[in-house]
Design a protein around this ligand. Structure first.
Ligand SMILES: *Cc1c(COP(=O)(O)O)cnc(C)c1O
Length: 376
């Protein structure tokens, strides 16, 4: 008898499928709420860039045609935006796609990657598919990066080191000095993948940025996405910056039409949309202040964030997250190893007010009490 389980590749069994939050329909049926606040995926509360939407509308009559497989126009726009050569840009169906393609290009069974924790789970996904292992390095006090520990986790089979700045879910940054320190010591055959998905939300002068000096290093890969700041998560488009030699190989495992026509057009529009970018940045900055004040007033631990979300410390974050559902508020809790924390994406101003009221009620009802960091 054909047994699927015996036929799948080793390692696939151990991969946990991504669990999305409840749908609007689920929320309506379970809690009777009609308006759901999706604050669990770090999406842009202000919506998509209007220029992106305009570009999509113009593109609609051409949907019978395949997209440009090489995403040439978008590559050129990104190259101009960052002041880099076109062949140093790679476009993916979301940066998730690039992470997987990188794994397929570089990882063999038994290889290792180094990832901070808590951080973006997708860094381990490609490794799992390729049967490479993940060395997880905890962030230190206040969730700052410990680059010495990252370096110490590098072994003879290490192919890639990941770092996310500002880090999802903690909002803490890798400084330029830390990145340089790491590059100065990292073996010459190890890639440093810097995921800067939220970096344009940060104004911290110490944060790592894609300077020509970093990009000149053949081991550096920088990842960006249109999903967050540009508000295009639903379209799936992200990009990488690295030396062209890296992309020449990653390009071999890429599906020929990995980025759809609407995504390419929208991303070009979004990149030119200075007004939307500035508005989104200002909104994140204002929301940060709002929640920092709220956290202070309620004795909650709020890690200083440089992104469009907060990492809040509570005694039992999962029960608080569950108690917020009847208010229509969806946040993320249940981070493995961090039961005392939840990640809350910034909503619109009105939504933030609503969340603050809901949280006040939930906390007041005794679902939780604040505890010192040492006990979390
Ligand atoms: C949201 C996010 C991304 C973006 O992924 P896409 O596939 O481009 O939507 C990448 N990295 C991190 C850390 C993220 O949080």
């Amino acid at each position: 008898m054909f047994e699927v389980r015996k036929q799948v590749r080793p390692g696939v069994e151990s991969i946990q499928p991504y669990l999305p939050g409840l749908s609007d329909d689920d929320m309506h049926m379970k809690y009777g709420v009609d308006h759901v606040l999706h604050l669990d995926a770090n999406e842009n509360a202000l919506g998509s860039s209007p220029r992106a939407i305009e570009a999509i509308t113009k593109e609609l009559p051409a949907l019978n045609l395949y997209p440009d497989g090489a995403s040439q126009l978008l590559k050129r726009a990104i190259a101009r935006h960052h002041g880099v050569p076109v062949d140093e840009v790679f476009i993916g169906n979301g940066s998730d796609n690039i992470l997987k393609l990188m794994a397929e290009t570089f990882l063999e069974p038994g290889d290792e990657v180094v990832s901070p924790t808590p951080s973006f789970p997708q860094y381990g996904f490609g490794a799992a598919i390729m049967r490479a292992s993940v060395q997880r390095v905890p962030l230190v006090t206040d969730f700052a990066y410990d680059v010495e520990a990252l370096l110490a986790a590098v072994g003879p089979r290490t192919k890639m080191v990941f770092a996310c700045s500002p880090n999802n879910p903690t909002g803490t940054i890798v400084t330029a000095a830390q990145a340089q320190w790491l590059l100065d010591r990292l073996p010459e055959d190890v890639l440093l993948v810097l995921d800067l998905a939220y970096n344009d939300y940060s104004t911290n002068p110490q944060r790592v940025v894609e300077t020509p000096r970093f990009l000149a290093d053949p081991r550096v890969v920088i990842l960006h996405t249109f999903s967050k700041l540009y508000g295009l998560a639903g379209l799936r488009v992200g990009y990488g910056l690295a030396r062209s030699t890296v992309w020449q190989y990653v390009n071999r495992v890429r599906e020929p039409f990995n980025v759809n026509r609407l995504a390419q057009a929208a991303a070009i529009g979004a990149l030119s949309d200075e007004a939307h970018r500035l508005k989104s940045q200002a909104h994140a900055a204002a929301s940060r202040l709002f929640y920092e004040t709220f956290a202070q007033q309620h004795g909650l631990i709020a890690t200083p964030t440089e992104a469009n979300f907060m990492w809040l410390g509570l005694a039992d974050a999962k029960s608080v997250a569950d108690a917020l559902l009847p208010f229509g508020v969806m946040v993320r809790a249940g981070f493995p190893g961090y039961p005392g924390f939840m990640r809350l994406t910034f909503g619109t101003e009105t939504e933030n007010e609503w969340v603050a009221q809901a949280l006040t009620q939930v906390l007041g009802a005794g679902a939780n009490t604040a505890v010192p960091t040492s006990e979390l």
